[in-house]
Design a binder for this molecule. Structure first.
Ligand code: F0G
Length: 437
């Protein structure tokens, strides 16, 4: 089937000063005012019927011979942007929808659907944005790519840069990056710099350094990263038969993902693929909650905080995509809530023990739903999808601490038992109560 994309045109526009550039611009933020750039389609969307037929045909197993068919991002390319070179793909996406009675009853929603983005190739949703960003970097002839990260973006950038054969420079906080993420980043060969500062400092620094050194910045300030990340919501709607749920809940840090999902929903509505917008529930950690605090003040001020949380992925005090995300919350009649670290860890323990598993930040999405149900914001009968953003093995440090070391022992801690190496002791242990005191 041919793509109805022929004739589709896109530009990149600055959200602050309105400056307009071609999609071949080498700038990842506005060169005139430093504002964030957005990709915009300037020609009408193809008809919804045409798009659905195309997406369905690419999803069929027989059609999965080429990248457009295999990738859960490029399958939806008509809704993304005009790619001018070869695609850099793992492939990514195709993440499952999972349900479990224990996660539903914990959340307070009767039938909670979890979209597990931790099932992407490097274990987080970042791969969707990175396939788009690195494809664009190569099309532009970039001499290298760079990002600041709390760990997942760096692991993803490292992998996709390696696939593309480009050098990657990553700037991560020396203190607080989860072990799985740091080791991945090193293994994939990124030039890794542990900065004595937090994520917000890393991002400010890399924005300067990337510009001076002529490497392409691939944080979610980059508009093409956002385009790729939109595919979380597009693939989700495809899986749900283009019927929008009442709510989509997700963890919120730098707010790139909130922005991307909101942009995808807005565009799917404009293209006639969905009939209404789901409400977005953005969830922050209590001591890393500048967006939730601004929301509580009706977005009258932009808050900046010094962030602290066990969910290191979202330990962010000055989110870069703040304005984009405000628009999304307003447009979708959404809400922003914050949850404590112990609420996040309790949600994570339930998700993990259901055999699903996720990293701490991801569990914030479920903790946030439980909080919203308790406060009457979300109804138990609402249709709700929670995005699990990262894999359970991303943060083994938190798991070891929670299950083996934390005192007093949490209810769901699963302590291993050391035994003598004889069958009688093992039999005694196996026939006794579990967990052992
Ligand atoms: N969940 C996980 C697992 C993340 O890694 C991140 C962000 C988020 C949620 C929040 O998404 O920043 O778009 O609001 N991680 C970034 C990183 C900051 O560097 O990996 P956001």
């Amino acid at each position: 089937m041919t793509s109805p994309n022929a004739g589709g045109q896109w530009v990149v526009r600055c959200a602050d000063c309105g400056g307009t550039f071609s999609t071949q611009t080498e700038h990842s933020v506005c060169p005139a005012c430093g504002g964030l750039l957005d990709v915009q389609r300037t020609t009408p969307w193809p008809s919804a019927a045409e798009l659905v037929a195309l997406f369905d045909s690419r999803s069929r197993i027989a059609a999965r011979k080429d990248t457009s068919g295999q990738s859960g991002v490029w399958r939806y390319r008509e809704l993304l942007f005009d790619v001018s070179g070869p695609i850099v793909s793992y492939p990514e996406g195709n993440t499952p929808l999972v349900r479990h009675s224990r996660t539903s009853s914990f959340s307070g929603v009767e039938d909670l659907v979890l979209k597990h983005e931790g099932m992407n190739p490097t274990g987080s949703f970042k791969d969707r944005g990175m396939t788009a960003g690195v494809t664009q970097a190569r099309a532009l002839g970039a001499r290298g790519v760079a990002c600041a990260s709390t760990g997942n973006t760096s692991a993803s950038l490292a992998a996709y840069a390696a696939i593309a054969g480009l050098p990657a420079y990553v700037f991560v906080p020396a203190d607080g990056i989860a072990l799985g993420k740091l080791t991945q980043t090193l293994a994939y060969g990124a030039r890794t710099i542990l900065v004595r500062g937090d994520f917000d400092r890393c991002l400010a620094l890399v924005r300067d350094v990337a510009r001076d050194e002529g490497v392409y910045l691939l944080n979610s300030v980059n508009p093409f990263r956002i385009e790729g990340q939109k595919a979380i919501a597009i693939e989700l709607m495809h899986q749900l038969g283009w019927r929008a749920p009442d709510w989509i809940s997700l963890p919120a840090g730098n707010l790139g993902n909130t922005s991307a999902i909101g942009k995808a929903l807005r565009e799917m509505l404009a293209a006639g693929l969905i009939e209404r917008l789901p409400r977005i529930l953005a969830v922050q950690a209590e001591h890393a909650a500048p967006f939730a605090e601004s929301y509580a003040a009706h977005f009258s001020t932009r808050r900046v905080v010094r962030a602290e949380t066990v969910a290191t992925a979202i330990r962010i005090g000055n989110p870069a995509s703040f304005d984009r995300a405000v628009r999304v919350i307003r447009e979708t009649d959404g809400a922003v809530v914050s949850v404590s670290d112990s609420e996040i860890l309790a949600a994570k323990a339930v998700i993990d023990a259901a055999g699903i598993g996720c990293e701490p930040a991801s569990a914030a999405s479920v903790a946030g739903i439980r909080h919203a149900v308790a406060h009457g914001l979300v109804r138990p009968t609402d249709t709700v999808v929670a995005i699990l953003t990262g894999h359970v093995l991303k943060d083994p440090g938190v798991l070891t601490w929670y299950h083996r070391e934390l005192e007093p022992r949490p209810l769901l801690a699963n302590r291993p038992i050391v035994a003598d190496d004889d069958a009688a002791s093992l039999t005694r242990l196996m026939s006794g109560e579990w967990p052992h005191a």
